[in-house]
Design a protein around this ligand. Structure first.
Ligand code: SF4
Length: 440
């Protein structure tokens, strides 16, 4: 049996796409083995979000070649789409496939005989790229389902529209069919994934809210989460729907990027901080225990110290639950790099970017601890995951509090009420005996 191994960098979407490729390989008789083991074919699915991500991609490709001196190495993903020649120049790469070709891998590569010269198959992704369906499993209970790809926005720091093309989405019926199939396979929770999910359905004449309403009726799926949604696309109607829905969980992840209006303007974001604060207020009014995660970027050129402090203060005052902090990285081809004079400031020194990152990570820890404290003693439903970790099992509450309890196989995949106890290490709370709890 031929063997294949995979390495994925970047976002959940990339992971979903790699999982789908893996199923395709397995359907053709390949055995998937862990990365680093002997394999006839290795697929590296790359990311281009920062210079560091690209450096790591190059390192992984070299590791793949060392582990498999005679194996076939395919490199695909966003970095491959944007800079195929740079990747082809790395010793030992056999094929470089772009974003479209990722979903046509077996058409483009008819066998896996190593060529004399690296094969590059990267077509333009700007217009008319088809939607490539994908999903990935996290354990045996939760699946990440890709419903949308690409982005029509032009944020000045972002390369994603160039790497993944314009927004396009999976038709509603096909998405419902996938949700039903996942339910039939035993999944209890689906995380809806995409690049800019709020744009879902525009080419099919439907909206994200239409999809949410239909998904809520799919039997067998007890929980949905929306992986991330732009604040300007998170409407009152969506918030109100989630608050009253059967299965959508009180958990939102909303990119902010900066809490300073001048920086937001230079980033070409489509909202200002008062809009963001309004979204958070509406969520908390309708779902007081909702978990709200925030993406934020530090070190963008227009971010003076005073503007950074505006972000810190804004986030400190907001009732949000955790931050994902990203350090700004110059990406070739973006407006921030191509038109530096328009960004309203000089580059922030790299050391200062790192300092700001540390400041916001500390704020994130404070926010998360406060959110977890607010939930201690409460009774919330938990979906238990099947995996055993050092004698414990883990699960998430509806509002995304990580909990643990001693491993009990009978509970795997079950949703049950638990009382949230004291911190139990590893960013979890201890789940107290559900027999003591009455779900309120
Ligand atoms: S919304 Fe902005 S940051 Fe997000 S993918 Fe689109 S262009 Fe990039």
């Amino acid at each position: 049996m031929p063997r294949v191994s995979f390495y994925t960098l970047g976002c959940k979407l990339n992971f979903a796409e790699t999982n789908t490729l893996q199923r395709d390989f397995e359907g053709r008789g390949f055995e998937a083995v862990p990365f680093g083991q002997a394999a006839d074919v290795t697929v590296v699915n790359t990311c281009t979000v920062t210079a560091e991500a690209e450096r790591k991609c190059r390192q992984v490709i070299r590791r793949a070649r060392r582990a498999n001196p005679d194996g076939f190495i395919v490199v695909t993903g966003c970095y491959a789409q944007l800079r195929p020649e740079e990747i082809a120049a790395i010793e030992g790469v056999d094929a470089v496939l772009g974003a479209r070709e990722k979903f046509r891998l077996f058409d483009v590569l008819d066998d896996f005989t190593r060529p004399e010269q690296t094969q590059i198959a990267v077509s333009c992704i700007d217009t008319d790229a088809p939607f490539g369906p994908a999903f990935s499993a996290s354990g045996r209970t939760r699946a990440f389902l890709k419903i949308q790809d690409g982005c029509d926005y032009t944020c000045s720091f972002c390369t994603i529209p160039r790497a993944r093309g314009a927004s396009r989405s999976q038709p509603l019926d096909a998405t419902l069919a996938q949700a039903r199939a996942l339910a039939a396979d035993g999944f209890r929770e689906i995380v809806l994934s995409g690049v800019n999910i709020g744009l879902y359905g525009q080419e099919h004449g439907v909206t994200l809210l239409d999809l949410l309403r239909e998904l809520d009726r799919v039997e067998g799926i007890e929980r949905y989460r929306i992986s991330s949604i732009e604040p300007n696309l998170l409407t009152d109607a969506i918030i109100d729907f989630v608050a009253g829905s059967r299965a959508f969980q009180p958990h939102f992840h909303i990119p902010l990027q900066s809490g300073d209006d001048a920086v937001l303007g230079k980033m070409r974001r489509r909202y200002r901080r008062h809009v963001y604060a309004g979204r958070v207020a509406r969520i908390k009014e309708r779902m007081p225990d909702a978990c709200i995660g925030v993406d934020v970027i530090v070190g963008f050129p227009a971010e003076t110290e005073a503007r950074f402090q505006n972000t810190v203060q804004f986030l400190d005052d907001l009732p949000v639950s955790y931050l994902h902090v990203f350090t700004y990285s110059e990406r070739p081809g973006t407006a921030a790099v191509e038109q530096p004079g328009r960004m309203g400031g000089a580059p922030v020194p790299v050391r200062e970017r790192s300092r700001r990152n540390r400041v916001l990570r500390a704020l994130s820890e404070k926010k998360q601890a406060a959110f977890y404290r607010s939930q201690q003693g409460r009774v919330r439903p938990v979906l238990w995951e099947a995996e055993e970790r050092d004698g414990a099992m883990l699960g998430f509450t509806d509002n995304y509090v990580r909990v643990q309890r001693p491993y009990d196989e009978a509970r795997a995949g079950r949703i049950e009420p638990v009382r949230l106890g004291p911190p139990a290490g590893g960013g979890t709370l201890l789940a107290e005996d559900p027999a003591l709890a009455v779900l309120g």
